[in-house]
Design a protein around this ligand. Structure first.
Ligand code: NAD
Length: 229
């Protein structure tokens, strides 16, 4: 039987490309206050500060190159075609630069902005967002295409349908503490999927996960992808 696969990635897959994770040593939230840059309240209080934070992250992206794990997933997608879906919690563009096409950015995308008035008006953006940046569809103001804390992640219907329908769910480089993504393994398991975890740290006990592979993403992901049939 030809298996359907859903992959979930988190900040750990980009760590070896030099992008900081959220919670590890030297994690991003040790340097910034979530309340200042990543909540709807922050955007209301001080939109410029929020825009500048994401301008800074966007500007730094070209320095970071896709690593062997991003590339292996793009190669696996070529092999599996529409039996493959990549869901990422990451807002970086390293999966796309490695060649991934069937990808959903459930927490948003640094390379896009959204209209303040119409959430479905989203568009690719290079450069610095300012208070003067306008939506190309309706002329309203813009915001980063980032799902802030307290906001609902994107593409949830499509993701749930894929999880219901898949034969295997693998989660890679995520601490599995941010919901709803942290609940995907339990959801997929209840609908009969095999659940695999590839991560640097392995939890002591997790009844939803059938297979754990511990190690660095650049070492364990290419091997796992090669062996996937
Ligand atoms: P997290 O920081 O909570 O957890 C990262 C996980 O990756 C940890 O379990 C850690 O053990 C593991 N890890 C670290 N280095 C690794 C490596 N080399 N190989 C394999 N695993 C490694 O990240 P998360 O679970 O994705 O947290 C959720 C939030 O972090 C998301 O909302 C996401 O948007 C955001 N985030 C994204 C980026 C990015 O776009 N690159 C960066 C930081 C945070």
């Amino acid at each position: 039987m030809k298996k359907k696969l859903v992959v979930l990635t988190g900040a750990g897959i980009s760590a070896e490309s030099g992008l900081r994770t959220f919670r590890g040593n030297d994690g991003m939230w040790e340097h910034e206050n979530i309340e200042d840059v990543c909540t709807p309240g922050a955007l209301r209080r001080d939109p410029k500060r929020v825009m500048d934070f994401y301008n800074f992250l966007r500007k730094g992206l070209p320095e970071h190159k896709p690593n062997a794990a991003h590339i292996a997933l793009a190669e696996l997608e070529k092999r599996l075609g529409d039996r493959f879906l990549l869901v990422t919690q990451n807002v970086d563009n390293l999966h796309e630069r490695a060649g991934s096409k069937r990808i959903l950015h459930m927490h948003g995308d640094l390379m896009k902005l959204r209209c303040m008035n119409h959430p479905d008006h989203e568009f690719m953006f290079k450069g610095e967002e300012t208070l003067e940046t306008k939506c190309p569809f309706c002329g309203a103001g813009t915001r980063p295409d980032i799902v802030f804390f307290e906001e609902v992640p994107l593409y949830m219907d499509m993701i749930q349908n894929a999880l219901r329908d898949c034969d295997e769910f693998v989660y890679i480089g995520t601490s599995s503490v941010v919901y709803p993504a942290a609940g995907f393994k339990n959801f997929a398991k209840r609908f009969g999927a095999k659940v695999t975890c590839l991560n640097l740290e392995i939890p002591a006990h997790d009844p939803d996960t059938d297979v754990f592979v511990q190690g660095k993403a650049t070492e364990i992901v290419p091997k796992w992808c090669e062996e996937f049939v």
